[in-house]
Design a protein around this ligand. Structure first.
Ligand SMILES: C[S@@+](CC[C@H](N)C(=O)[O-])C[C@H]1O[C@@H](n2cnc3c(N)ncnc32)[C@H](O)[C@@H]1O
Length: 253
């Protein structure tokens, strides 16, 4: 029995992100994108797949009107814990992407789905995937993003399907020092990407592994889905200062 076990994926995501990104830098980069697309602090923004609140909490803290949504109970719990710690008021709702259009009218000026989330539409927090079903959910999700945008509103999506292997080093956590590394592998014949996070608890040398599966979706396929959904303008290779990992797409309704 592991003495130090376990972290949930939401806790793990929360502390790994802080190591991976310069939070202030990417926040500034993201706000630049908002401004370039005509948004300001009175615009209504929806975070689709807010996770532990990376970006949505920063937006709320800086006076933007943002609604944070995620299908994961654990992630919504985590965003609320983080909001409370930082004394930030935020509306955070547990809702799946494909259900967003049942819950919201077309009121949003900007909907974003960041952090390489879209490819996990029907596989996040699962140790299994059915690729066809996942692809179906990706398409339904993008349609739902479209439906909750007002005419002329913008949808931001990012993606990274490149294989990699990276040591993140030793991170300080509430369970002591933990050595973290992760890798992404692809099997293009199955349209499958496998992402593995490996933890080693320094004091006990015990290990923990998280394996997640997602779609292996090319940038061309993402653009095609956006076009087929009805977006009239699709921009790719959007530069976002501080975004070191993902390719960014922006589409206009
Ligand atoms: C890789 S994390 C990224 C989180 C956050 N956007 C960030 O940048 O840190 C993916 C997130 O997408 C959420 N997610 C995946 N599929 C979803 C779906 N179908 N509906 C709503 N949220 C979903 C997961 O629960 C998870 O919080």
């Amino acid at each position: 029995m592991m003495k130090n076990s376990f972290f949930s994926l939401s806790e793990l995501w929360d502390f790994v992100l802080e190591k991976r990104y310069n939070r202030k830098e990417i926040f500034r980069g993201f706000v630049d994108v908002l401004k370039k697309h005509g948004l300001n602090k009175s615009s209504l923004i929806l975070d689709a797949g807010c996770g532990s609140g990376f970006m949505s909490l920063d937006l709320a803290e800086n006076g933007f009107r943002v609604v944070a949504t995620d299908k994961s109970y654990e992630m919504i719990r985590q965003v609320k814990i983080n909001a409370q710690k930082k004394k930030i008021g935020i509306q955070a709702e547990q809702v799946s992407w494909s259900d967003l259009s049942k819950k919201f009218d077309p009121i949003f000026d900007f909907v974003y789905c960041r952090g390489n989330s879209l490819i996990y539409a029907a596989s996040w927090e699962q140790n299994w995937i059915v690729p066809d079903r996942n692809l179906e959910e990706i398409k339904k999700s993008v349609k739902s993003f479209y439906n909750i945008l007002r005419p002329g509103g913008w949808c931001y999506i990012d993606s990274n399907i490149k294989p990699y292997s990276e040591k993140l080093g030793v991170l300080k956590t509430r369970k002591g020092d933990v050595e973290v590394s992760w890798k992404a592998e692809v099997d293009s014949s199955q349209n499958l990407r496998t992402w593995t996070i490996m933890l080693k608890y320094v004091s006990s040398q015990e290990t923990q592994e998280f394996v997640s599966y997602s779609a292996y979706l090319s940038n061309e396929e993402i653009c095609e889905i956006l076009h087929k959904t009805g977006f009239k303008k699709v921009e790719k290779n959007i530069p976002v200062h501080g975004e070191k990992y993902c390719d960014v797409f922006i589409a206009q309704k």
